[in-house]
Design a protein around this ligand. Sequence first.
Ligand SMILES: [Zn+2]
Length: 274
Amino acid sequence: MNANTGLSIEKAFMFKKLHLNLKNYKSGGNSPCLSEPVSPEERIIYKLPPEYSGSESHQKWDGYIPPCTLDAKEADHVFPIQTANIKVNNLYNGIEHCSDRWIELACETALKSVQEKGGPFGAVILQLDKETNQVIRYWKNFNQVTLTNDPTAHAEVMAIRSACKSLGVFNLGEIKKEDALLDQPGELSYCIIYSSSEPCPMCYSAICWANLKVLLFAATRFDAAVQGVNFSDEEIYNELATPYPDRNLKVLQCTAGNSLDAFNLWKRSAKITY
Ligand SMILES: [Zn+2]
């Protein structure tokens, strides 16, 4: 037991390591917890995802089970290794897509996050030249809810924050050369997002608000829901489809006299549209 902290030596070591990891991570970026842009060394042309079914990269649903890449010796006997995504209600029919280096990077980021005591989720945002689809740079980030005591610090939100902060824009769907803080080869570029797991409704909304053009994810929301912890988004999806009076969250619409003041003033103001 450490006399100063009251922690066991093992726990004190873990705490120190976690603290150091977070400190190192923070010191690397221009803002705490945000990742820096990475430029690929070779010139990569991004192959646009297909218009769903019918293309060569469309993964036909035939019961294909990808090989598990986690070392079997790491498996806990209580929790056998899961190798196939859980897909129910034909929810993913027609959108299955072959793996590529970016989705694998998002999944590697999720694994690294777990190894460093973060949540098991990772995301990668690619910035692409509009004309050539050349990959200009990318950002990767991970779930930092428990590391930062921020319930909104999901991987996708953190990746969006990283990209927007670096580029100095809030619209990742159309980035003009003259608006961006980082250089780009053509006049216009845009971003797409890879997530290690199907985004929750909050992240899905953030992706829409960021105007990201394409979303690709690996694990399904049902994979997340069976991990023995509260990662289930299904409840929120159901909640959103339920009339207000029947929701778990008590929601009330208030008849405040000044509720429209801000809108009315905004209409008459010089405004930045988004
Ligand atoms: Zn989320």
